[in-house]
Ligand binder design. Structure first.
Ligand SMILES: Nc1ncnc2c1ncn2[C@@H]1O[C@H](COP(=O)(O)OP(=O)(O)OP(=O)(O)O)[C@@H](O)[C@H]1O
Ligand SMILES: [Mg+2]
Length: 312
């Protein structure tokens, strides 16, 4: 339903979106995960026809975002990063207004307004002006307007940003529910958000897609390696000379030296029983071991590894 190929967009010298390519299908809740400035909003604005790209192509529901923007907009609901809500309008008045903006036939306007009030849990606030609403309820009104024309595709830019923990859970559940029937693409820089809500994750960093897969796939991809935390009381030079000779160690990083105890984070080939082998190395050299811990990789490591900016 969404097909993006080599999409590229620069702002002057900044490449905001760099050859982004991905597909998204009906029935998916796709999490667009990346740190601040990664290019999430820029990509979404291109897909929703608010921004042109420099290169590449994108189709949404089969329509070209650059050539057929009217059709594209009919098929998507969009919740921008800062929702442009009219604060002096009443909730119903605003949703009604949106039915007109979306050119819904008169006969359907009331019914659709009702439907989105229901879906988004707005019943308690329909008497209020948007300006009086809490951030969470405003966000729901934003979601409601994105759903008003019952589009098959929803694009939500950080729908939970600025909400309190209970509101976040409510919005996430709402997204999950909506995702049963529609394709939802939503952005966030919060990892637990995607693990909790998404069927698939796209990780974007510095304008590039650096990972694409289900939460399980991404963590198992990273599981090609084990991490061992070790602290040894011994001369640092001697330890490091030894580490360099160990074939199963793919990488080691000195993390601390504390009172003669030197700590390392060691990456080793998976299944190499690195912790046990390192234990023997310590014993053979007559050193003393003060910490030895092997950890498996989780999604958080994947995200951090993929989105760490190169040191400048
Ligand atoms: N209108 C603009 N003019 C110049 N540079 C821009 C503009 N909009 C975005 N950028 C730059 O493009 C890059 C990507 O920005 P974008 O807003 O797409 O990131 P994002 O992933 O949405 O970040 P955030 O999590 O902070 O919302 C950033 O380096 C940003 O500074
Ligand atoms: Mg953004």
């Amino acid at each position: 339903m969404i097909e993006v190929r080599e999409l590229t967009k620069s702002y002057g010298p900044t490449i905001a979106v760099n050859q982004v390519t991905f597909d998204a299908h009906a029935g998916e809740v796709l999490g667009f995960l990346g740190p601040n400035g990664a290019g999430k909003t820029t990509t979404m604005r291109i897909l929703t026809c608010y921004l042109s790209a420099d290169r590449g192509s994108a189709t949404v529901a089969g329509y070209d975002v650059f050539e057929e923007s009217v059709e594209v907009r009919k098929h998507i609901g969009y919740l921008p990063e800062s929702a442009p809500l009219y604060t002096d309008m009443g909730v119903i008045e605003y949703l009604n207004f949106m039915t007109q903006v979306r050119h819904l036939p008169k006969s359907q306007r009331k019914e659709r307004t009702r439907a989105v009030i229901d879906i988004c849990g707005l019943e308690d606030v329909i008497q209020k002006d948007i300006g009086e609403l809490s951030k969470g309820y405003r966000q729901r009104v934003g979601l409601a307007q994105s759903l008003i024309h019952d589009p098959p595709i929803l694009i939500l830019d950080e729908p939970t940003s600025g909400l309190d923990p209970s509101q976040i859970i409510e919005i996430r559940n709402l997204i999950k529910d909506i995702g049963k029937e529609k394709l939802v693409l939503f952005s966030t820089h919060i990892l637990p958000e995607v693990s909790a809500t998404c069927s698939r994750i796209l990780i974007i960093n510095d304008g590039k897609i650096v990972a694409n897969g289900t939460p399980d796939e991404l963590s198992s991809q990273a599981k090609g390696e084990d991490t061992v935390h070790i602290a040894i009381r011994a001369p640092q030079d001697a330890i490091e000379a030894k580490l360099d000779t160990l074939a199963f160690v793919s990488q080691w990083n000195h993390v601390k030296t504390d009172d003669g105890v030197v700590g390392y984070k060691i990456t080793a080939e998976q299944g190499s029983d690195a912790a046990e082998a390192l234990f023997h190395v310590v014993v053979e050299n007559g050193w003393s071991l003060t910490e030895l811990r092997q950890e498996s990789v989780d999604l958080e490591d994947v995200f951090l590894n993929l989105t760490v900016r190169e040191q400048e």
